[in-house]
Design a protein around this ligand. Sequence first.
Ligand code: AMP
Ligand code: ZN
Length: 465
Amino acid sequence: MKIYNTLTRQKEEFVPLKDNKVTMYSCGPTVYNYAHIGNLRTYVFMDLLRRTLKYNGYELLNAMNITDVGHLVSDEDEGEDKMVKGAREQQKTPWEIAEYYTDVFMKDIAALNIEKPEIIPKATEHIKEMIEFVQSLLEKGFAYETSDGIYFDISKYEEYGKLSKINLDEQMAGARVEVNTEKRHPADFALWKKAPKEHIMQWESPWGMGYPGWHIECSAMSMKYLGEEFDIHTGGVDHIPVHHENEIAQSEALLGKPAVKFWVHAEFMMVDNGKMSKSLGNTYTISDLREKGYNPLAFRYMCLNAHYRNKLNFTWDVMQSSQVSFERFIEGALQHKMGKAEISKDVLDGFLSDFEGCINDDLNIPKALGIAWNLVRYPEKSYSIYEMLLKMDTVFGLGIKDAEQKSAEEPELDSEIEALIQQREQARKEKNWKLSDEIRDRLRDMGIEIQDTPQGVKWKNIRGN
Ligand code: AMP
Ligand code: ZN
Protein backbone atom coordinates (compact mmCIF):
# COMPACT_ATOMS: atom_id res chain seq x y z
CA MET A 1 0.00 0.00 0.00
CA LYS A 2 1.38 3.39 -1.01
CA ILE A 3 0.54 6.62 0.80
CA TYR A 4 1.63 10.16 -0.01
CA ASN A 5 3.75 11.53 2.80
CA THR A 6 3.63 15.31 3.12
CA LEU A 7 6.99 15.18 4.89
CA THR A 8 8.83 13.76 1.85
CA ARG A 9 6.37 14.99 -0.82
CA GLN A 10 6.32 11.47 -2.22
CA LYS A 11 4.17 8.39 -2.34
CA GLU A 12 5.87 5.88 -0.08
CA GLU A 13 5.32 2.21 0.60
CA PHE A 14 3.51 1.95 3.89
CA VAL A 15 5.04 -0.43 6.40
CA PRO A 16 3.87 -0.22 10.03
CA LEU A 17 6.41 0.34 12.77
CA LYS A 18 5.27 -2.76 14.56
CA ASP A 19 4.02 -6.02 13.03
CA ASN A 20 0.66 -5.45 11.38
CA LYS A 21 -0.55 -2.92 13.92
CA VAL A 22 -1.12 0.63 12.73
CA THR A 23 -1.10 3.56 15.11
CA MET A 24 -2.76 6.67 13.76
CA TYR A 25 -3.62 10.09 15.16
CA SER A 26 -6.23 12.34 13.57
CA CYS A 27 -6.68 15.97 14.53
CA GLY A 28 -10.27 16.14 15.68
CA PRO A 29 -12.89 18.87 15.75
CA THR A 30 -12.89 22.05 17.80
CA VAL A 31 -16.31 21.71 19.35
CA TYR A 32 -17.56 25.30 19.53
CA ASN A 33 -19.96 25.04 16.62
CA TYR A 34 -21.43 22.59 14.11
CA ALA A 35 -18.91 20.86 11.86
CA HIS A 36 -19.29 22.10 8.30
CA ILE A 37 -19.10 19.95 5.19
CA GLY A 38 -15.44 20.92 4.69
CA ASN A 39 -14.50 19.60 8.12
CA LEU A 40 -16.53 16.50 7.40
CA ARG A 41 -14.75 15.90 4.11
CA THR A 42 -11.54 15.61 6.12
CA TYR A 43 -13.15 13.01 8.39
CA VAL A 44 -14.50 11.07 5.41
CA PHE A 45 -10.89 10.97 4.23
CA MET A 46 -9.74 9.76 7.68
CA ASP A 47 -12.37 7.05 7.45
CA LEU A 48 -11.34 5.96 3.94
CA LEU A 49 -7.78 5.65 5.14
CA ARG A 50 -8.94 3.65 8.17
CA ARG A 51 -11.04 1.34 6.04
CA THR A 52 -8.31 0.82 3.44
CA LEU A 53 -5.81 -0.08 6.15
CA LYS A 54 -8.28 -2.55 7.63
CA TYR A 55 -9.07 -3.97 4.19
CA ASN A 56 -5.35 -4.74 3.93
CA GLY A 57 -5.53 -6.73 7.15
CA TYR A 58 -3.95 -4.19 9.48
CA GLU A 59 -5.12 -3.85 13.03
CA LEU A 60 -5.86 -0.23 13.74
CA LEU A 61 -5.41 1.96 16.79
CA ASN A 62 -6.65 5.42 15.83
CA ALA A 63 -6.95 8.32 18.25
CA MET A 64 -8.94 11.40 17.32
CA ASN A 65 -8.96 14.23 19.84
CA ILE A 66 -11.79 16.53 20.76
CA THR A 67 -10.45 20.09 21.05
CA ASP A 68 -12.47 21.65 23.85
CA VAL A 69 -9.86 24.21 24.97
CA GLY A 70 -6.89 26.15 23.64
CA HIS A 71 -7.69 26.65 19.95
CA LEU A 72 -7.49 30.39 19.55
CA VAL A 73 -9.33 32.33 16.90
CA SER A 74 -6.04 32.88 15.08
CA ASP A 75 -3.50 30.08 14.62
CA GLU A 76 -0.82 32.61 15.64
CA ASP A 77 -1.62 32.61 19.38
CA GLU A 78 -3.78 35.67 19.14
CA GLY A 79 -7.40 36.39 19.89
CA GLU A 80 -9.80 34.57 22.11
CA ASP A 81 -10.11 30.85 22.70
CA LYS A 82 -12.70 29.57 20.19
CA MET A 83 -14.50 27.67 22.96
CA VAL A 84 -14.73 30.72 25.21
CA LYS A 85 -15.89 32.92 22.31
CA GLY A 86 -18.48 30.34 21.25
CA ALA A 87 -19.73 30.03 24.81
CA ARG A 88 -20.02 33.79 25.24
CA GLU A 89 -21.92 34.19 21.97
CA GLN A 90 -24.28 31.32 22.77
CA GLN A 91 -24.64 32.30 26.42
CA LYS A 92 -23.58 28.90 27.69
CA THR A 93 -20.53 27.64 29.51
CA PRO A 94 -17.66 26.29 27.37
CA TRP A 95 -18.33 22.87 28.90
CA GLU A 96 -21.97 22.98 27.85
CA ILE A 97 -21.18 23.91 24.28
CA ALA A 98 -18.40 21.30 24.14
CA GLU A 99 -20.82 18.59 25.22
CA TYR A 100 -23.52 19.70 22.83
CA TYR A 101 -21.33 20.03 19.73
CA THR A 102 -19.37 16.86 20.48
CA ASP A 103 -22.65 15.00 20.56
CA VAL A 104 -23.79 16.54 17.24
CA PHE A 105 -20.39 15.77 15.71
CA MET A 106 -20.62 12.11 16.73
CA LYS A 107 -24.08 11.93 15.16
CA ASP A 108 -22.83 13.63 11.98
CA ILE A 109 -19.99 11.20 11.52
CA ALA A 110 -22.31 8.26 12.20
CA ALA A 111 -24.70 9.58 9.51
CA LEU A 112 -21.74 9.62 7.10
CA ASN A 113 -20.81 6.02 7.98
CA ILE A 114 -17.51 7.27 9.40
CA GLU A 115 -16.29 4.64 11.82
CA LYS A 116 -15.61 5.87 15.30
CA PRO A 117 -11.88 6.00 16.03
CA GLU A 118 -10.83 3.58 18.75
CA ILE A 119 -9.86 6.38 21.15
CA ILE A 120 -11.49 9.82 21.36
CA PRO A 121 -9.66 11.80 24.07
CA LYS A 122 -10.77 15.25 25.17
CA ALA A 123 -8.17 17.99 25.60
CA THR A 124 -9.66 19.16 28.92
CA GLU A 125 -9.15 15.68 30.39
CA HIS A 126 -5.41 15.72 29.60
CA ILE A 127 -4.22 18.98 31.14
CA LYS A 128 -1.84 17.11 33.45
CA GLU A 129 -0.10 15.38 30.53
CA MET A 130 0.24 18.70 28.73
CA ILE A 131 1.75 20.44 31.76
CA GLU A 132 4.29 17.63 32.13
CA PHE A 133 5.16 17.92 28.45
CA VAL A 134 5.70 21.70 28.76
CA GLN A 135 7.80 21.21 31.90
CA SER A 136 10.09 18.78 30.09
CA LEU A 137 10.51 21.22 27.20
CA LEU A 138 11.47 23.95 29.69
CA GLU A 139 13.94 21.63 31.41
CA LYS A 140 15.53 20.72 28.09
CA GLY A 141 15.87 24.40 27.16
CA PHE A 142 13.39 24.42 24.27
CA ALA A 143 10.97 26.79 25.94
CA TYR A 144 10.96 30.06 27.85
CA GLU A 145 8.60 31.95 30.09
CA THR A 146 7.16 35.41 29.38
CA SER A 147 4.69 37.48 31.33
CA ASP A 148 1.76 35.86 29.51
CA GLY A 149 2.83 32.27 29.05
CA ILE A 150 5.38 29.63 28.13
CA TYR A 151 6.63 29.70 24.55
CA PHE A 152 8.47 27.22 22.36
CA ASP A 153 11.79 28.61 21.15
CA ILE A 154 11.97 27.60 17.50
CA SER A 155 15.58 28.75 17.20
CA LYS A 156 16.53 25.79 19.43
CA TYR A 157 14.95 23.30 17.06
CA GLU A 158 16.97 23.29 13.87
CA GLU A 159 14.54 21.45 11.67
CA TYR A 160 11.67 23.87 12.23
CA GLY A 161 9.71 24.24 8.98
CA LYS A 162 10.55 20.82 7.54
CA LEU A 163 6.92 19.82 6.95
CA SER A 164 5.77 22.97 5.17
CA LYS A 165 9.27 23.70 3.79
CA ILE A 166 8.88 27.28 4.91
CA ASN A 167 11.80 29.59 4.92
CA LEU A 168 11.72 31.34 8.26
CA ASP A 169 13.75 34.36 7.16
CA GLU A 170 11.36 35.02 4.30
CA GLN A 171 8.44 34.47 6.58
CA MET A 172 9.87 36.93 9.07
CA ALA A 173 10.42 39.60 6.44
CA GLY A 174 6.76 39.40 5.45
CA ALA A 175 5.41 39.01 8.95
CA ARG A 176 2.94 41.38 10.52
CA VAL A 177 4.15 43.69 13.23
CA GLU A 178 4.51 41.42 16.22
CA VAL A 179 2.01 42.10 18.97
CA ASN A 180 3.81 40.11 21.60
CA THR A 181 7.16 41.83 21.99
CA GLU A 182 8.41 39.34 24.58
CA LYS A 183 8.54 36.54 22.01
CA ARG A 184 12.08 35.85 20.80
CA HIS A 185 10.96 34.95 17.28
CA PRO A 186 7.60 35.74 15.64
CA ALA A 187 7.05 32.03 14.94
CA ASP A 188 7.64 31.01 18.58
CA PHE A 189 4.33 29.66 19.76
CA ALA A 190 2.48 29.33 23.05
CA LEU A 191 2.70 26.04 24.90
CA TRP A 192 0.82 27.42 27.89
CA LYS A 193 -1.06 30.68 28.38
CA LYS A 194 -1.39 32.41 31.71
CA ALA A 195 -5.02 33.25 32.33
CA PRO A 196 -6.39 36.51 33.66
CA LYS A 197 -8.82 36.02 36.57
CA GLU A 198 -11.92 36.46 34.42
CA HIS A 199 -10.88 33.79 31.90
CA ILE A 200 -13.44 30.99 32.21
CA MET A 201 -11.33 27.92 31.42
CA GLN A 202 -8.21 27.72 33.58
CA TRP A 203 -6.18 25.17 35.47
CA GLU A 204 -3.46 25.25 38.06
CA SER A 205 0.07 24.88 36.76
CA PRO A 206 3.65 25.52 37.93
CA TRP A 207 3.27 28.91 36.18
CA GLY A 208 0.04 29.91 37.90
CA MET A 209 -3.49 29.54 36.60
CA GLY A 210 -3.73 29.11 32.87
CA TYR A 211 -4.69 26.97 29.91
CA PRO A 212 -2.79 24.95 27.31
CA GLY A 213 -1.83 25.97 23.79
CA TRP A 214 -3.67 24.14 21.03
CA HIS A 215 -0.66 22.38 19.49
CA ILE A 216 0.53 20.82 22.72
CA GLU A 217 -2.71 18.90 23.17
CA CYS A 218 -2.15 16.81 20.06
CA SER A 219 1.49 16.09 20.95
CA ALA A 220 0.60 15.13 24.52
CA MET A 221 -2.40 12.97 23.70
CA SER A 222 -0.84 11.19 20.73
CA MET A 223 2.14 10.28 22.90
CA LYS A 224 -0.07 9.06 25.71
CA TYR A 225 -2.25 6.82 23.57
CA LEU A 226 -0.02 5.80 20.66
CA GLY A 227 3.45 5.90 22.16
CA GLU A 228 6.51 7.97 21.37
CA GLU A 229 6.56 6.87 17.75
CA PHE A 230 3.51 6.18 15.67
CA ASP A 231 2.69 5.43 12.06
CA ILE A 232 0.30 8.01 10.66
CA HIS A 233 -0.91 11.51 11.50
CA THR A 234 -3.84 12.98 9.56
CA GLY A 235 -5.49 16.37 9.22
CA GLY A 236 -6.52 18.98 6.69
CA VAL A 237 -3.93 20.85 4.58
CA ASP A 238 -4.52 24.04 6.56
CA HIS A 239 -2.75 22.39 9.49
CA ILE A 240 0.54 21.87 7.64
CA PRO A 241 2.19 25.28 8.12
CA VAL A 242 1.40 25.99 11.78
CA HIS A 243 -0.33 23.29 13.79
CA HIS A 244 1.55 20.29 12.50
CA GLU A 245 4.83 22.11 12.14
CA ASN A 246 4.52 23.01 15.82
CA GLU A 247 3.52 19.50 16.83
CA ILE A 248 6.65 18.17 15.12
CA ALA A 249 8.82 20.75 16.87
CA GLN A 250 7.44 19.95 20.33
CA SER A 251 7.51 16.19 20.01
CA GLU A 252 10.88 15.93 18.33
CA ALA A 253 12.44 18.40 20.75
CA LEU A 254 11.22 16.28 23.63
CA LEU A 255 12.11 12.89 22.18
CA GLY A 256 15.20 13.74 20.18
CA LYS A 257 13.77 11.68 17.31
CA PRO A 258 10.80 11.81 14.91
CA ALA A 259 7.45 10.86 16.40
CA VAL A 260 5.45 10.37 13.20
CA LYS A 261 6.34 8.37 10.08
CA PHE A 262 3.60 9.41 7.69
CA TRP A 263 1.99 12.86 7.64
CA VAL A 264 -1.12 12.64 5.49
CA HIS A 265 -3.28 15.64 4.61
CA ALA A 266 -6.64 16.07 2.94
CA GLU A 267 -7.18 18.99 0.55
CA PHE A 268 -9.85 21.56 1.20
CA MET A 269 -13.44 21.59 0.19
CA MET A 270 -14.50 24.74 -1.63
CA VAL A 271 -18.00 26.05 -2.16
CA ASP A 272 -18.84 27.53 -5.57
CA ASN A 273 -15.08 27.56 -6.21
CA GLY A 274 -14.43 29.85 -3.27
CA LYS A 275 -13.64 29.64 0.39
CA MET A 276 -16.23 28.52 2.86
CA SER A 277 -16.93 31.21 5.35
CA LYS A 278 -19.55 32.26 7.85
CA SER A 279 -19.80 35.72 6.29
CA LEU A 280 -20.65 34.20 2.90
CA GLY A 281 -23.26 31.98 4.54
CA ASN A 282 -21.87 28.89 2.80
CA THR A 283 -20.58 26.84 5.71
CA TYR A 284 -23.20 24.15 5.24
CA THR A 285 -23.83 21.44 7.81
CA ILE A 286 -25.30 17.96 7.65
CA SER A 287 -28.65 19.31 8.80
CA ASP A 288 -28.60 21.84 5.93
CA LEU A 289 -28.17 18.90 3.55
CA ARG A 290 -30.98 16.99 5.23
CA GLU A 291 -33.30 19.99 5.17
CA LYS A 292 -32.89 20.17 1.42
CA GLY A 293 -33.77 16.49 1.17
CA TYR A 294 -30.28 15.06 0.69
CA ASN A 295 -29.07 11.84 2.21
CA PRO A 296 -25.79 12.39 4.14
CA LEU A 297 -24.47 9.29 2.39
CA ALA A 298 -24.94 11.03 -0.95
CA PHE A 299 -22.52 13.63 0.42
CA ARG A 300 -20.15 10.82 1.31
CA TYR A 301 -20.51 9.56 -2.26
CA MET A 302 -19.54 13.04 -3.47
CA CYS A 303 -16.39 12.90 -1.34
CA LEU A 304 -15.52 9.47 -2.72
CA ASN A 305 -15.62 10.89 -6.22
CA ALA A 306 -12.68 13.25 -5.68
CA HIS A 307 -9.16 12.23 -4.72
CA TYR A 308 -8.35 13.40 -1.21
CA ARG A 309 -5.34 15.40 -2.43
CA ASN A 310 -7.48 17.42 -4.86
CA LYS A 311 -9.75 20.26 -3.93
CA LEU A 312 -13.40 19.30 -3.98
CA ASN A 313 -15.82 21.96 -5.14
CA PHE A 314 -19.23 21.75 -3.52
CA THR A 315 -22.24 23.13 -5.39
CA TRP A 316 -25.89 22.22 -4.97
CA ASP A 317 -25.86 20.89 -8.54
CA VAL A 318 -23.05 18.49 -7.67
CA MET A 319 -24.96 17.54 -4.52
CA GLN A 320 -28.04 16.78 -6.62
CA SER A 321 -26.17 14.67 -9.16
CA SER A 322 -24.32 12.87 -6.34
CA GLN A 323 -27.64 11.93 -4.78
CA VAL A 324 -28.91 10.54 -8.09
CA SER A 325 -25.72 8.57 -8.72
CA PHE A 326 -25.58 7.33 -5.15
CA GLU A 327 -29.14 5.98 -5.35
CA ARG A 328 -28.48 4.38 -8.74
CA PHE A 329 -25.34 2.78 -7.40
CA ILE A 330 -27.14 1.23 -4.44
CA GLU A 331 -30.13 0.09 -6.51
CA GLY A 332 -27.81 -1.31 -9.16
CA ALA A 333 -25.82 -3.21 -6.56
CA LEU A 334 -28.99 -4.67 -5.02
CA GLN A 335 -30.22 -5.84 -8.42
CA HIS A 336 -27.35 -8.32 -8.48
CA LYS A 337 -28.55 -9.96 -5.30
CA MET A 338 -31.16 -12.12 -7.02
CA GLY A 339 -28.98 -12.62 -10.09
CA LYS A 340 -28.45 -16.19 -11.25
CA ALA A 341 -25.69 -15.68 -13.82
CA GLU A 342 -22.40 -17.50 -13.28
CA ILE A 343 -19.44 -15.18 -13.71
CA SER A 344 -16.05 -16.77 -14.18
CA LYS A 345 -13.60 -16.51 -11.32
CA ASP A 346 -11.01 -14.95 -13.62
CA VAL A 347 -13.32 -12.09 -14.53
CA LEU A 348 -14.19 -11.46 -10.89
CA ASP A 349 -10.59 -11.68 -9.73
CA GLY A 350 -9.68 -9.17 -12.43
CA PHE A 351 -12.15 -6.64 -11.02
CA LEU A 352 -10.95 -7.21 -7.48
CA SER A 353 -7.29 -6.84 -8.25
CA ASP A 354 -7.96 -3.62 -10.19
CA PHE A 355 -9.93 -2.33 -7.20
CA GLU A 356 -7.13 -3.23 -4.79
CA GLY A 357 -4.56 -1.63 -7.07
CA CYS A 358 -6.53 1.63 -6.90
CA ILE A 359 -7.18 1.82 -3.18
CA ASN A 360 -3.59 0.89 -2.44
CA ASP A 361 -2.27 3.55 -4.78
CA ASP A 362 -2.54 6.44 -2.31
CA LEU A 363 -6.26 5.89 -1.84
CA ASN A 364 -7.43 6.34 -5.42
CA ILE A 365 -11.03 5.93 -4.35
CA PRO A 366 -12.57 7.74 -7.37
CA LYS A 367 -10.94 5.19 -9.68
CA ALA A 368 -11.93 2.30 -7.39
CA LEU A 369 -15.51 3.57 -7.48
CA GLY A 370 -15.35 3.52 -11.28
CA ILE A 371 -14.42 -0.17 -11.11
CA ALA A 372 -17.32 -0.86 -8.77
CA TRP A 373 -19.60 0.93 -11.23
CA ASN A 374 -18.40 -1.41 -13.99
CA LEU A 375 -19.49 -4.28 -11.78
CA VAL A 376 -22.85 -2.66 -11.05
CA ARG A 377 -23.42 -2.17 -14.78
CA TYR A 378 -22.24 -5.67 -15.68
CA PRO A 379 -24.72 -6.92 -18.29
CA GLU A 380 -25.52 -10.13 -16.43
CA LYS A 381 -26.92 -10.10 -12.92
CA SER A 382 -25.02 -12.30 -10.54
CA TYR A 383 -24.99 -12.95 -6.82
CA SER A 384 -21.20 -13.20 -6.90
CA ILE A 385 -21.06 -9.61 -8.19
CA TYR A 386 -23.26 -8.56 -5.30
CA GLU A 387 -20.89 -10.26 -2.87
CA MET A 388 -17.92 -8.55 -4.44
CA LEU A 389 -19.64 -5.16 -4.19
CA LEU A 390 -20.25 -5.80 -0.50
CA LYS A 391 -16.55 -6.50 -0.08
CA MET A 392 -15.63 -3.28 -1.88
CA ASP A 393 -18.16 -1.41 0.22
CA THR A 394 -16.16 -2.23 3.34
CA VAL A 395 -13.91 0.53 1.95
CA PHE A 396 -16.50 2.85 0.33
CA GLY A 397 -18.83 2.72 3.33
CA LEU A 398 -21.89 3.54 1.23
CA GLY A 399 -24.05 1.11 3.18
CA ILE A 400 -25.16 -1.36 0.48
CA LYS A 401 -25.94 -3.93 3.14
CA ASP A 402 -27.93 -1.49 5.31
CA ALA A 403 -29.90 -0.25 2.31
CA GLU A 404 -30.84 -3.81 1.50
CA GLN A 405 -31.90 -4.56 5.08
CA LYS A 406 -33.95 -1.37 5.22
CA SER A 407 -35.80 -2.08 2.01
CA ALA A 408 -36.52 -5.61 3.20
CA GLU A 409 -37.64 -4.65 6.70
CA GLU A 410 -39.70 -1.53 6.15
CA PRO A 411 -42.79 -2.93 4.46
CA GLU A 412 -43.05 -5.62 7.10
CA LEU A 413 -42.59 -3.14 9.90
CA ASP A 414 -45.19 -0.84 8.36
CA SER A 415 -47.80 -3.56 8.04
CA GLU A 416 -47.15 -4.71 11.61
CA ILE A 417 -47.60 -1.15 12.83
CA GLU A 418 -50.79 -0.73 10.83
CA ALA A 419 -52.16 -3.96 12.27
CA LEU A 420 -51.41 -2.87 15.82
CA ILE A 421 -52.99 0.53 15.22
CA GLN A 422 -56.16 -1.15 13.95
CA GLN A 423 -56.25 -3.44 16.99
CA ARG A 424 -55.92 -0.38 19.19
CA GLU A 425 -58.73 1.39 17.35
CA GLN A 426 -60.94 -1.64 17.86
CA ALA A 427 -60.06 -1.73 21.57
CA ARG A 428 -60.93 1.96 21.90
CA LYS A 429 -64.28 1.41 20.19
CA GLU A 430 -64.96 -1.31 22.74
CA LYS A 431 -63.77 1.07 25.46
CA ASN A 432 -61.09 -1.47 26.38
CA TRP A 433 -58.70 1.26 27.59
CA LYS A 434 -56.32 -1.20 29.19
CA LEU A 435 -55.67 -3.03 25.91
CA SER A 436 -55.51 0.23 24.01
CA ASP A 437 -52.82 1.53 26.39
CA GLU A 438 -50.90 -1.73 26.20
CA ILE A 439 -50.79 -1.51 22.43
CA ARG A 440 -49.65 2.11 22.63
CA ASP A 441 -46.79 1.04 24.95
CA ARG A 442 -45.85 -1.80 22.67
CA LEU A 443 -45.65 0.55 19.72
CA ARG A 444 -43.55 2.95 21.75
CA ASP A 445 -41.13 0.10 22.47
CA MET A 446 -40.88 -0.36 18.71
CA GLY A 447 -39.97 3.34 18.40
CA ILE A 448 -43.41 4.39 17.13
CA GLU A 449 -45.43 7.17 18.68
CA ILE A 450 -49.18 7.34 18.19
CA GLN A 451 -51.11 10.58 17.97
CA ASP A 452 -54.90 10.69 18.00
CA THR A 453 -55.83 13.62 15.76
CA PRO A 454 -59.20 14.85 14.47
CA GLN A 455 -58.16 13.36 11.11
CA GLY A 456 -57.61 9.95 12.68
CA VAL A 457 -54.64 8.16 14.14
CA LYS A 458 -51.18 9.25 13.02
CA TRP A 459 -47.88 7.64 13.89
CA LYS A 460 -44.29 8.73 13.71
CA ASN A 461 -40.94 7.05 14.10
CA ILE A 462 -39.39 8.55 17.22
CA ARG A 463 -36.04 6.81 16.75
CA GLY A 464 -35.45 9.01 13.73
CA ASN A 465 -34.53 6.38 11.15
P1 AMP B 1 -11.25 22.39 13.26
O1 AMP B 1 -12.53 21.95 13.91
O2 AMP B 1 -11.27 23.83 12.85
O3 AMP B 1 -10.04 22.06 14.09
O4 AMP B 1 -11.14 21.59 11.91
C1 AMP B 1 -11.37 20.21 11.82
C2 AMP B 1 -10.74 19.63 10.58
O5 AMP B 1 -11.34 20.15 9.40
C3 AMP B 1 -9.25 19.92 10.45
O6 AMP B 1 -8.57 18.72 10.10
C4 AMP B 1 -9.17 20.95 9.34
O7 AMP B 1 -7.97 20.84 8.65
C5 AMP B 1 -10.34 20.54 8.47
N1 AMP B 1 -10.92 21.59 7.63
C6 AMP B 1 -11.23 22.87 7.96
N2 AMP B 1 -11.78 23.53 6.91
C7 AMP B 1 -11.83 22.64 5.88
C8 AMP B 1 -12.29 22.70 4.51
N3 AMP B 1 -12.84 23.80 3.98
N4 AMP B 1 -12.18 21.58 3.75
C9 AMP B 1 -11.63 20.45 4.27
N5 AMP B 1 -11.19 20.33 5.53
C10 AMP B 1 -11.28 21.41 6.34
ZN1 ZN C 1 -4.03 18.46 16.08
